[in-house]
Design a protein around this ligand. Structure first.
Ligand code: NDP
Length: 291
């Protein structure tokens, strides 16, 4: 029997979506405005197609307008930049998301930097990255924002906690670390060159694993009672030969020791789109306030 409380990301994401829908309704009634999200997909990556479909469906379900732009894999960088320019100017789109990865002929950095920071609902534009690290108000990357909501669902006040983030990517690890600092945690960021990773993780009251290595974090790395947020999504082959999804955390073992843990799937995963919708409404609000 697992000792840890299981953090239900599906239920918490549904709650976030409900509150977004209520805010959208209010914006429509008070300002006569419907927030719009443009999602751009270049090429035919099957995983990206699934994400884009889910994003569009959940955007519409929250009462917002969804605009999908599907471009062929052969699209040139100039063509994509020109579309982004149009989307930046459009009054109907309050958020712009370019699904990554992009085909090799396109410089991802250039594309991210071309998006109007006020519409950058992924929070990847250097202006938003800089604002986050300077502790200023900004659009915050969606998966990291979801991690904080999940941690606070079990412990609303994170102040003073020892937090260890495993992974230092620009998409997850670094922004999670910034957000935890903003919550007044004492933050350590571990990575592939960290010495004695189990020893470092053992100090943590709150662990965020964003590594991409199936079940790397073991039960004996965890301080009893710690909160464990597992961002990893890894497809592995089970003993029956069927493929299944596992996180970066050895769930069964860690759940014996931790105070609370997110499952995979059904933990961090569902939070990403919910936070994207939240960012889109926030971006729409800011844009009308400035208009
Ligand atoms: P990256 O590959 O960009 O980064 C992985 C990080 O883990 C790097 O900083 C790397 O260190 C570190 N790392 C690798 N091996 C080790 C090791 N043995 N010990 C300690 N640290 C290690 O991955 P992402 O951040 O993009 O994604 C991480 C995981 O989260 C993946 O499983 C991904 O699928 C998942 N993910 C889930 C999302 C969701 O739920 N919606 C969204 C985004 C990602 P170094 O920098 O030294 O190389």
């Amino acid at each position: 029997m697992a000792a840890a409380r299981v953090i239900d990301g599906k239920a918490i994401a549904a709650e976030v979506r409900r509150s977004v829908a209520a805010e959208v309704e209010q914006l429509k009634n008070e300002k006569g405005l419907t927030p719009g999200l443009a999602v751009v997909l270049v090429g035919e990556d099957p995983a990206s197609q699934v994400y884009v479909r889910n994003k569009a469906r959940q955007t519409t379900e929250a009462g917002m307008r969804s605009f999908e732009h599907r471009l062929p894999a052969s699209t040139s960088e100039a063509e994509l930049l020109s579309l982004i320019d149009d989307l930046n100017r459009s009054k109907d789109m309050h958020g712009i998301l370019v699904q990554l990865p992009l085909p090799p002929q396109i410089d991802t950095r250039k594309v991210i930097e071309a998006i109007d920071p006020a519409k950058d609902v992924d929070g990847f534009h250097p202006i938003n990255v800089g604002r986050l690290s300077a502790g200023e108000r900004s659009l915050v990357p969606c998966t990291p924002a979801g991690c904080i909501i999940l941690a606070k669902s079990v412990q609303p006040e994170l102040r003073g906690l020892e937090a260890v983030v495993i992974g230092r990517s620009n998409i997850v690890g670094k922004p999670v670390a910034q957000l935890l600092l903003r919550e007044d945690c004492t933050v350590t960021v571990a990575h592939s060159r960290t010495r004695d990773l189990p020893g470092v993780v053992r100090r943590a009251d709150l662990v965020v694993a964003a590594v991409g290595r199936p079940e790397m974090v073991r039960g004996d790395w965890i301080k009893p009672g710690a909160i464990v947020i597992d961002v990893g999504i890894n497809r592995v082959e089970g003993p029956d030969g069927k493929s299944r999804l596992v996180g970066d955390v050895a769930y069964e073992e860690v759940a014996q020791v931790a105070g609370a843990i997110t499952p995979v799937p059904g933990g961090v995963g569902p939070m990403t789109i919910a936070c994207l919708l939240k960012n889109t409404v926030a971006a729409a609000r800011d844009q009308i306030a400035r208009a």
